[in-house]
Design a protein around this ligand. Sequence first.
Ligand code: PRP
Ligand code: URA
Length: 215
Amino acid sequence: MEIQVVQHPLMASRMTIMRDGRSNNAAFRAALADLGAMLVYEASADLQLETFDVQTPVAVADGYRLQKPPIIVPVIRAGLGMIDPALSMIPDAQVGFIGLARDEETHEPVPYLEALPDDLAGQPVFLVDPMLATGGSLLHGIRLLEARGADDITCICMISAKPGVDALVQAGTSVKKLVTATIDPELNEDAYIIPGLGDAGDRLYGPRNIDLNEL
Ligand code: PRP
Ligand code: URA
């Protein structure tokens, strides 16, 4: 798996707003949307193009379009904040959904939604989640995609923790590339990323109220 840590001044400034504990939900959402668009832009650099003739007002020029737009798959909740920025970059992309909640005691992902096409073979997939902590959630998402034949998966995360990246590498997935804005060094005893930004879902949408026993 290739690991691409994208560095850019505009990304660094948005990341700072997201990390800042004083940023309210609206400021956090706006910064996440901007950073999401930039990461999707970077991740798209490997997508295949097809060519066609385009008629300008005065002549014929080379035209280009994506051969196969990727399907965007956010991990709910926090990944939801990356859908609109991804679609602003790739308007003809489809969107699938994976719903996972991390158990606060075990830190294991608890699945509650899977809304994906049956066959993903040959289909580029952008699996998007702002946070990669232990790696459990992303790995669960990857396994769901692979079970549907996905063989062209790119993961896009904003903050990736080193232990989670290591776990992904050791798990031996078919993921081609992880695109991330930073790799933070560690997790705390609650498996939160340090320094991180806290709970991304809560900072986007407010505290969640999911009873994991009812899933
Ligand atoms: C967050 C985040 C990831 C997961 C990462 O979701 O969006 O999905 O934690 O942690 P992991 O790498 O240790 O699995 P969370 O479970 O907090 O749910 P939420 O987005 O609904 O708040
Ligand atoms: N999920 C988050 O939202 N933040 C973390 O630091 C770890 C998991």
